[in-house]
Ligand binder design. Structure first.
Ligand code: ATP
Ligand code: MG
Length: 397
């Protein structure tokens, strides 16, 4: 039995002259995502992309599930390929839909005819096929308002298709079409969600993590690696840079007033992340900050971190409540990993009374008194260790 997967593009359809570029990126990402299942072929037609499975056994349910994490897809479904001949459509529809229709009480048929040479128009197809299905499944009732099953018949250029049950896609726009961003990835709940949100808007990601061994453990690092890996179904390949941050944190602890620890540390993180981002061709930084969540995320504190980089800092979670962030984290399956109780470098030297209304000038004075700070930051950026995660890497918990 010949089945395709039909992909309905999302926002790409609004891209006008750029549409082709967006579709090509979507196909490239979808092909990668399906690679472990076999060599699928892709064909573009109007606002639909046909995903054609290779000959032989293929797990189409798994293929659909995988495609549901590819950004740029609004809806998708499996579809039976039939000849553009009403006799064939009738026979195959009865066979293909039998299981689904036996379990339903109400249905309707919708038809779309883009090949106008097909001798029946859409209302005729609906009426005739509706009648055939009613005679084969007499328990059914037609309900045009609110049917349990909507049978779609599409008469396209090179074939006709029958399908039911359109599934939601991941939405957004294809990863890579918006450039590249560097995600500051901690082990927490917020930053993986921030990465997911920006990938959804078309950014390819690199990730930067600051580790302070021995204050932070191998388990804490493994957790961050696992989070990066868990993002790959959505974001694609993610290079993770693990920055040695111990020496810088110790310098901050020894040389800064306690209430400024966190802010100086965050500014150091931004400078290092910027250096890595520029080297890797990124046009922006991404953090999981949310306004007011902690002392380092007040407006004045954010201004202090913004000031050390000329790259835009994207903070997609800035206006979300924790509960809303948690909801997304659960959806993308990072939540359970994020709540594992391992220490983060931020929690190692936490001030008792962090400044909530810091002034940029104070921070500049404090940092000016730290000898060799710029060199330490350069060195840390240079010595970052690179680990690459790919979509097909297995996720080990
Ligand atoms: P998260 O839940 O993502 O850890 P958070 O609520 O713990 O965020 P902070 O610890 O203040 O908030 O960190 C704010 C942001 O700074 C994080 O979302 C992340 O982008 C970045 N960040 C914090 N710690 C690290 C780290 N060790 N490595 C990389 N980025 C970090
Ligand atoms: Mg954190």
């Amino acid at each position: 039995m010949k089945e395709f997967i039909l992909i309905k593009n999302g926002e790409i359809v609004l891209k006008g002259l750029n549409k082709g570029r967006f579709e090509d990126a979507l196909i490239k990402n979808a092909r990668r995502r399906l690679e472990p299942l076999g060599r699928f072929t892709f064909r573009k037609a109007q606002s639909t992309i046909y995903v054609i499975p290779p000959e032989g056994e293929v797990d189409l349910d798994e293929a659909v599930a995988r495609l549901q994490t590819v950004f740029g897809i609004a809806r998708l479904c499996r579809a039976r390929v039939v000849e553009k001949d009403f006799e064939d459509i009738k026979a195959k529809a009865v066979e293909y839909l039998a299981k689904r229709l036996r379990a339903a009480r109400t249905f309707k048929v919708e038809a779309k005819r883009s090949d106008k040479s097909f001798p029946m128009n859409s209302p005729q197809i609906c009426r005739e096929l509706g009648g055939v299905l009613l005679s084969h499944f007499p328990h059914l009732r037609v309900d045009v308002e609110n049917p349990e099953v909507t049978v779609m018949v599409e008469i396209r250029e090179f074939a006709a298709f029958i399908h039911v049950d359109q599934l939601p896609g991941a939405g957004g726009i294809p990863v890579g079409t918006g450039g590249k961003g560097a995600l500051l990835l901690s082990g927490g709940i917020d930053s993986p969600v921030a990465g997911y949100m920006m990938a959804k808007r078309g950014l390819e990601l690199i990730a930067v993590h600051f580790a302070s061994p021995p204050y932070t453990s191998d388990r804490a690092r493994h957790k961050v690696e696992l989070l990066a890996r868990k993002l790959t179904p959505y974001c694609g390949r993610i290079p993770l840079f693990v920055v040695p941050f111990t020496q810088i944190q110790e310098a901050i602890r020894d040389q800064c007033p306690e209430d400024f620890f966190t802010l100086v540390m965050r500014r150091c993180m931004m400078r290092i992340a910027e250096a890595i981002a520029l080297k890797e061709g990124c046009g922006g930084l991404i953090t999981g900050e949310s306004l007011g969540q902690v002392a380092s995320q007040t407006l004045m504190a954010l201004a202090c971190t913004d000031q050390v980089t000329r790259l835009p800092i994207l903070r997609p979670a800035i206006g979300l409540d924790k509960e809303e962030i948690v909801q997304i984290a659960r959806k993308i399956d990072t939540f359970d990993t994020s709540i594992l109780p391992y220490e983060d470098c931020c929690t190692v030297f936490t001030p008792r009374h962090p400044k909530t209304k810091p002034k940029v000038a104070d921070l500049e004075t404090i940092e000016g008194r730290m000898p060799g700070l710029a060199e330490m930051l350069d060195q840390a950026a240079r010595e970052a260790e690179l680990v690459i995660f790919r979509q097909s890497d297995p996720v080990e918990e």
